[in-house]
Design a protein around this ligand. Structure first.
Ligand code: FCB
Length: 436
């Protein structure tokens, strides 16, 4: 038996644009993902989140599924354009009503809500005036955070400001694979800084409002390979966010690097480094890099010319991501060594596999990663919980509905939900708080 600490929080995660659908309902405004997914060529097969899993209408059924799994917690995100259709000014009470109903339904089933305030669906109206490249967006975010907390704060104790600012900044503005589809390294670094400022301002706001527990979720990825290129990529993928948020400074090498592309106001670091209660860790795989003078690098790591990403050295998921649980253990151990004193939570981990109900590969993936997390705890890491990505199949961004991450299968024609074997397996893990 591999038993987790008492009170360990087992959960599952989703995000608003990936599951809700109902994009025109109850006064919701447009987000950058509405615009992007409706732009021909941006999302595979022209898929959009217009209907998605129709969770907006089927949330009661989904909460029922969560209760059946015995989930301790559910991590969802709030769609900013539902709450504030134009990203500033007027609050749309009808949009908040949805989350109000959701939170009440969760409470009724004893599932703890963990609310993420931003999982990539920026109001289009803010994008039209610069989006995350505009400093003003950070202040708008803090105002929006206050409005959501004011409505839900009596029932939601755990708040996450942003999900994966690296992806917003560098996939959104570096490679342009995600909304808003910009390819400009300067914009990407500027966006990264403003996202962190937004986080810090929201932490201040939430703290003042009396929020119970405040966190930030980062996608972190150990970088393996030759020391020099690995250090640069680790700087751009991991330390670029970890150090400002948890130490109040940009790492010197990263600052030198980013100054080639943009200017950032170092005076913001004090705000960015507001103490947080938990660090959310999304882990999927590792980066493997070597020096290669002929390589053009990767647009999501501006300035990575001369670095080449090498092939996975083991089995991969349907995303092509190497399955490497030891990366999770190494990451958790490193975080607690380099940034001590901050409790950790795995806020996303999971895998896309072929569309089977008998998903032994997903069970194997999760089993391996749960064991890695357990091993990290054994070395003294303060890991508080684990959220599987995802509760159900959903809109996987530029891949549309082609990649299935769900414990629960979704039939996109009928919208019927069917728990996979992994869902039943996870229920047992939760019930015994460990692995057999
Ligand atoms: C993460 C995202 C999440 C999902 C998984 C597979 O980067 O936070 O929305 O797409 O990847």
């Amino acid at each position: 038996m591999t038993t987790f600490p008492e009170g360990f929080l087992w959960g599952a995660a989703t995000a608003s644009y990936q599951i809700e659908g109902a994009v025109h309902e109850d006064g919701r405004g447009a987000s950058i993902w509405d615009t992007f997914s409706h732009t021909p060529g941006e999302v595979r097969d022209g898929h959009t989140g217009d209907v998605a899993c129709d969770h907006y209408h089927r949330y009661l059924e989904d909460v029922e599924i969560m209760a059946d799994l015995g989930l301790g917690a559910y991590r969802f995100s709030v769609a900013w354009p539902r709450v504030q259709p134009l990203g500033s000014g007027e609050i749309n009470a009808a949009g908040l009503d949805f989350y109000d109903r959701l939170v009440d339904a969760l409470a009724e089933k004893g599932v703890t809500p963990v609310a993420t305030l931003y999982h990539w669906d920026l109001p289009q109206a803010l994008q039209d005036v610069g989006g995350w490249t505009s400093r003003d967006t950070a202040y708008r975010f803090a105002e929006y955070a206050a409005a959501v907390h004011e409505r839900l704060g009596d029932r939601v104790a755990t708040w996450t400001t942003l999900n994966e600012p690296w992806v917003s900044a560098f996939v959104g503005h570096g490679s342009g694979r995600h909304a808003p589809g910009v390819c400009d390294p300067g914009a990407a670094f500027t966006a990264a800084h403003h996202l962190m400022l937004a986080h810090g301002l929201a932490v201040e706001t939430l703290r003042t409002a009396g929020a119970g527990s405040i966190s930030l979720t980062l996608n972190l990825s150990p970088v393996l390979g030759e020391a020099e290129p690995a250090r640069l990529i680790d700087g751009l993928a991991n330390r670029l966010f970890l150090d400002p948020v948890l130490r109040g400074e940009y790492p010197a090498d990263v600052l030198d690097h980013l100054r080639r592309y943009t200017d950032v106001d170092l005076g913001d670091l004090k705000t960015i480094a507001q103490p947080i209660d938990v660090l959310g860790v999304n882990y999927y795989t590792v980066n493997r890099v070597v020096a290669d003078p002929g390589s053009t690098g990767h647009p999501e790591y501006p300035g990575s010319e001369g670095i080449r990403w090498t092939a996975p050295e083991g089995p991969t998921t349907e995303m092509g991501w190497e399955i490497i649980p030891s990366g999770l253990e190494a990451l958790l151990v490193r975080l607690s060594r380099d940034y001590p004193g901050v409790p950790l939570m795995v806020t996303e981990n999971g895998a896309a596999f072929a569309d089977d109900l008998a998903d032994s590969d997903r069970i194997g993936f999760l089993d391996g990663h749960f064991r890695a997390a357990h091993a990290a705890i054994g070395t003294g890491v303060d890991l508080r919980g684990y959220f599987v990505w995802s509760l159900m199949d959903n809109f996987e961004w530029a891949h549309g509905y082609h990649k299935r991450f769900g414990l629960v299968r979704v039939d996109y024609d009928t919208l019927e939900r069917t728990p996979r074997d992994s869902a039943r397996w996870y229920r047992e893990v939760i019930a015994r708080n460990g692995l057999g």
